[in-house]
Write a protein that binds this ligand. Structure first.
Ligand SMILES: Nc1ncnc2c1ncn2[C@@H]1O[C@H](COP(=O)(O)OP(=O)(O)OP(=O)(O)O)[C@@H](O)[C@H]1O
Length: 612
């Protein structure tokens, strides 16, 4: 089982999964306490309201209910009423103030925790080895970072506080009811038990469906991410309609699961509302009877009714919140799964320093055998032995699938070899921290990556602290300066997806300038196979030659000029080294290299050629 799979401790959509959020809440303990304080104050203001109301009804209005009161009596009552109204207003103002403060602090918390969570997941995903991305689709990760965190935000930033407020209010209202009217209370409590039991049953179903609804939404994101990255291919094969149908099918699945969840939840809501109404009416009925019998005053009844309303509405809100909590539990689980995934490439416990050697990095690969985790039976490299002196330029050649790129992957520690050792300047590569190891390597991939930013920043990606002058120097060395200056805004021109599109050769030169600015002692170059026009080709070649100076270079070579410049050419086939030598030596030997070279470099055709 790949190491990056879900931590088995975190399984199905259980509300307990929300505990995974604890580390994200902990830094904000002070804020949480403040929010709780405002929440309590607002709840207390709400609970004080019926008391003030009772005072108003019984003392302000109904005190001497007989009809013909004396003038002074009326005046006193008016005064008392005013006082009661003032008290009610004070309670209302306090409620408004505390509710606003609670709302702000809780929303702040929700947004903050979600932002932290999103950043943590993204940062964690970026550290995963390529193996992770072979098993997890980009769209799926995006969906988790956006949709799932939004669900969590709903809970932390609103549902949770609603739930807490309802709990406090419910308990408060219950306490007040017990104090003022124990008989009604006993009956209301009975009804509440009747509400809660089925709610738990329904809740379980909602939970399962919540998790699955999130999964189905992630499916649609995965499809969209894949297809949006390949729109030209989709259009050239006129597959727009088919792709739309595929997406619609996934959307339909998501809709169906969400609909089922809504149905179950609706049942829950219908049940709760009916039951709470029952409780409310029951309380009202009891109260009216008591007033008629002269056991309690009208104010007492009014107060009781408001408390009963508070109590049942709290329970109703809690049921609603419970649904949100279950949804968030599903989302948290999925996020925690991502956070729990461990990169198959481990950092060393006690990293060793990487000594610097003049002229470049010395490399030693001894007995290296490796197969990709998804292909346990097929060796991508076998008994690979190669010593490279600092400053040497080595060309790797061989048919497609020979394992050339795999050598790069292992040198960068994207994967770890199953057997053998890889040493840089004598230090095993798995004993060097990943940051140190990769800081010393410059990679120029076959397909140049251009980020959506200025030309300046694109080159600076290789060394963020470099000055503008250094960036320009690197661009000049990579023969990129001239064309960059001719762009609409020179070095400030926005490149990439939403900016100026560059030609293949220009992209390559930016990519080379980026690596040159980093100035690494080891350069890994994957020469582009795509044909460039002669002028572009000449420029790229010149840029590459400049880049190879004063460092160790490994180049996956596709050009005659490159192999001719190399100190040694390593010929690979089926993951093994089949020959090593210079261009002249290897051509003279007439083996695999001679045949490859004849095909690839357009040399004198050899007698028997092989397909590459
Ligand atoms: N991520 C991967 N998972 C599984 N197998 C892989 C992976 N990458 C490469 N392989 C396999 O490993 C072998 C070596 O591939 P590699 O990419 O190193 O070859 P290459 O010599 O660079 O080929 P090319 O010149 O076509 O890029 C091939 O059989 C390939 O199918």
């Amino acid at each position: 089982m790949p190491k990056n799979q879900a931590n088995p401790a975190i399984k199905t959509g259980n509300p307990r999964s929300l505990s995974g959020l604890m580390p994200f809440l902990r830094p904000y303990r002070g804020r949480i306490l403040i929010a709780l304080l405002f929440l309590l104050l607002a709840a207390m203001a709400t609970l004080a309201f019926p008391l003030a109301l009772r005072g108003l009804v019984d003392q302000g209005m109904g005190g001497g209910s007989g009809g013909s009161s004396s003038g002074s009596n009326n005046g006193e009552r008016l005064m008392a009423m005013r006082e009661h109204f003032l008290a009610l207003f004070a309670v209302g103002a306090a409620l408004g103030l505390f509710s606003a403060a609670r709302f702000y602090s809780v929303t702040w918390l929700g947004e903050r925790v979600t932002a932290d969570l999103r950043n943590a997941v993204y940062g964690h995903v970026l550290k995963q080895s390529p193996e992770f991305f072979e098993t997890t689709q980009t769209g799926e990760v995006l969906s988790r970072i956006t949709t799932d965190t939004t669900v969590v935000q709903t809970v932390v930033g609103s549902s949770f506080s609603m739930g807490l407020r309802s709990t406090v209010m419910g308990i408060g209202a219950m306490g007040m009811l017990i104090a003022t009217n124990p008989v009604v209370m006993t009956q209301v409590l009975g009804i509440l038990v009747f509400v809660l039991l089925p709610a738990i049953f329904f809740g379980r179903r909602v939970r399962k469906l919540s998790r699955s609804a999130q999964d189905r939404v992630a499916d649609t994101s995965a499809i969209a991410a894949e297809v949006l990255n390949a729109v030209p291919v989709v259009q050239s094969y006129t597959q727009e309609a088919a792709e739309t149908r595929r997406f619609a099918l996934a959307s339909e699945n998501a809709f169906d699961t969400a609909r089922k969840r809504a149905l179950v939840r609706s049942g829950l809501v219908a049940f709760i509302i009916t039951a709470t109404f029952g409780a409310l009416l029951w309380g009202l009925y009891q109260g009216t009877q008591a007033v008629l019998a002269g056991n309690i005053t009208a104010g007492h009844l009014g107060q009781t009714i408001v408390y009963v309303i508070l109590l049942v509405s709290s329970v109703a809100v809690l049921a609603e919140v419970y649904g949100d909590v279950l949804r968030a539990a599903g989302a948290t689980e999925r996020l925690m799964e991502l956070l729990a995934s461990q990169s198959a490439v481990a950092e060393p416990q006690a990293p060793l320093a990487l000594p610097t050697v003049a002229g470049g990095t010395g490399l030693s690969l001894q007995g290296v055998s490796f197969n990709y985790p998804s292909r346990p039976t097929q060796a991508a490299l076998q008994d690979f032995d190669l010593d490279i002196k600092p400053g040497e330029t080595i060309a790797l050649v061989g048919p497609s699938g020979a394992g050339k790129s795999t050598v790069f992957h292992l040198l960068l520690r994207f994967y770890d070899a199953q057997t053998g050792s890889i040493r840089l300047n004598g230090v095993p590569s798995d004993q060097i921290s990943l940051t140190t190891l990769r800081a010393g390597v410059g990679l120029v991939p076959q397909d140049s990556v251009i980020f959506s930013t200025s030309a300046l920043e694109n080159i600076r990606y290789g060394r963020p602290e470099a000055s503008d002058a250094e960036v320009i120097k690197a661009a000049e060395a990579a023969f990129a300066d001239e064309f960059i200056r001719r762009l609409p805004e020179g070095y400030s021109t926005f490149l990439g997806e939403r900016g100026v599109r560059l030609s293949g050769g220009q992209r390559q030169r930016i990519s080379i300038a980026r690596a040159m600015l980093k100035n690494p002692p080891l350069l890994l170059l994957d020469e582009a196979t795509s044909a460039l026009d002669a002028e572009s080709e000449r420029m790229v070649q010149a840029a590459l030659e400049a880049a190879m100076q004063h460092r160790t270079t490994l180049v996956i070579a596709h050009r005659l000029a490159t192999v001719q410049r190399a100190d040694r050419i390593v010929v690979m086939e089926h993951g093994r080294i089949v020959d090593i030598g210079t261009h002249a030596e290897l051509t003279a030997r007439g083996g695999l290299y001679a045949r490859l070279a004849a095909l690839q470099f357009d040399l004198q055709p050899a007698a028997d050629t092989i397909a590459i």
